[in-house]
Design a protein around this ligand. Structure first.
Ligand code: NAD
Length: 463
């Protein structure tokens, strides 16, 4: 581990990552890696998560290749000097900013989108000119193992390393010197990562989770809302960080909405989702047991609720009559369970959301402009989606990240490029005429123009 990280620092110090040609070559190679090994990657993710291949193709591989194209096309522009106007006092002089790579970046990724969440931060880090050490999740070993092999084969081995391991190895890794740490996962570990980073004053990006709410009002198109909520919640068996976690709606809409969402799950996965080739499984028994404990024992399940521990299967489940103090409302669900709670109106929904930690995403289904404005102005979340869950994840033009308990910093596209860059300020002043001399000591009293000076203006006094 020591040798590997030291090697990456040595590589970075040679300047090999600085030319855009090197960065482009790595990005092209990564795209080739994804295209040439598509089947193997889909199979690896399937073995880890039972994730259907088309879902991996769209939500993992395609998102990464889109990001590669997006940043590749803009790299030249983003790395240019940006001149700024210098104040009169400093004339004659010039100033500009330039984005420089931070150095060696550690990317720690989770298991739920094991390809996308490992490679997309890497794309942004490469675009910014960094070396990268990737620590993929030990909970998705098939994908993590394949990534290690492929990254070794396709990318410049001087600039990249994949280190496997669980908690003990990652704890040691966090003691190594890095120039930036990019962590995706749960908040508890997020604070462990930040504490370790603080010891070395290493900047961090924390992409965390939390409960992402949905509000549906009476003006919404209920059919569209139900379909989109069902898709957002039950894709990857609910193991998506920005999936709708719970729904707030007015009392008369609770049952009709629950019925429509349940109908959509049947459309998506048939009467028995356990037999559907489009429905994923829970990652492991630990997560399965945690989710099983969140299912109510008292028959309050509106639809779904079936479980099969041996095959890590939990049916797409809709719950109604849920109380805010029920276990399912105390933690991020991160599984195929969707509680629907009643609130009297939009204002009560806003109050409910604001009493809790700031979510990674918030979704509002409404046709009312007033309601849209109410949520936009009076709630805070990583992202806000009107009538569309998960949509912001799909665009490289939009920064992706959380706020408060849902994360620190953001990435994708330019936001990602900047996250892995230091924007350096550069100034340059000619040596002739040497106008700076007027600021040199010994100081002379500045004879203020009485008409123009105000009493609060600072005055340089004689020594
Ligand atoms: P996980 O268990 O795979 O952990 C993530 C990474 O942290 C892994 O690489 C793991 O090895 C490492 N890790 C675990 N414990 C550690 C410790 N004590 N010290 C150092 N490193 C440690 O994944 P997870 O945390 O279960 O992932 C699910 C969570 O991640 C959910 O809360 C979800 O919302 C969130 N998430 C957020 C995003 C986002 O983009 N914001 C994306 C996906 C998942």
């Amino acid at each position: 581990m020591n040798d590997t990280v030291a090697r990456l620092h040595r590589t970075f110090n040679t300047g090999v990552t600085l030319p855009l040609a090197w960065r482009r070559k790595q990005l092209d190679s990564m795209e080739r890696m994804l295209n040439e090994n598509r089947k193997a990657l889909e199979q690896a993710v399937y073995r880890d998560l039972g994730k259907p291949a088309p879902e991996t193709a769209l939500m993992e591989i395609k998102l990464v290749t889109n990001e590669i194209r997006f940043v590749g096309e803009r790299l030249q522009r983003w790395t240019r000097r940006h001149p700024v106007m210098m104040p009169l006092l400093m004339q004659p002089s010039r100033g500009w900013t330039v984005a420089e790579p931070k150095g060696v970046v550690l990317v720690i990724s989770p298991w739920n989108y094991p390809l996308m969440l490992s490679l997309e931060p890497m794309v942004d880090a490469i675009a910014a000119g960094n070396c990268v050490c990737l620590k993929p999740s030990e909970l998705s070993p098939n994908t993590s193992g394949l990534l290690e092999r492929l990254i070794g084969e396709y990318l410049d081995p001087r600039g990249f390393a994949v280190l496997q391991g669980a908690v003990p190895e990652t704890t040691k890794l966090l003691r190594q010197p890095f120039d930036h740490i990019f962590y995706t996962g749960n908040g508890k570990v997020g604070s462990i990562v930040m504490e370790a980073a603080a010891k070395q004053l290493t900047p961090v990006t924390l992409e965390l989770g939390g409960k992402s709410p949905v509000f549906v009002d009476a003006s919404a198109n209920l059919d569209v809302a139900a379909g989109r909520i069902a898709w957002g919640r039950f894709t990857n068996a609910g193991q998506t960080c920005v999936a709708p976690d719970y729904v707030l709606t007015t009392p008369e809409l609770v049952e009709p909405l629950a019925r429509k969402i349940a109908a959509f799950t049947r459309k998506f996965f048939g009467d028995n989702p356990a037999k559907s080739a489009s429905y994923a499984r829970i990652i492991n028994t630990k997560q399965f047991d945690r989710l099983a404990r969140l299912l109510p024992a008292d028959g309050e399940t509106f639809s779904g609720g079936e479980t099969d521990r041996e095959h890590l299967y939990i049916a797409p489940t809709v719950l109604i009559n849920v109380r805010p103090d029920d276990p399912v409302m105390q933690e991020e669900i991160f599984g195929p369970i969707l509680p629907i709670l009643a609130v009297r109106n939009a204002a009560e929904a806003v109050a409910f959301i604001n009493e809790r930690e700031k979510p990674l995403a918030l979704y509002v289904f409404t046709r009312s402009k007033t309601t849209r404005l109410l949520f936009e102005r009076h709630t805070s979340s990583g992202a806000l989606g009107f009538n569309l869950p998960l949509g912001h994840l799909l665009s490289s033009r939009l920064p992706f990240g959380g706020i408060g308990a849902s994360g620190i910093g953001s990435y994708h596209g330019k936001a990602g490029f900047l996250e892995f860059s230091h924007v350096k300020t550069v100034t340059s002043k000619p040596t002739f005429p040497d106008t700076l001399r007027i600021a040199y000591p010994p100081y002379k009293r500045i004879v203020a123009n009485k008409k123009r000076s105000r009493p609060s203006e600072p005055v340089i006094h004689d020594k």
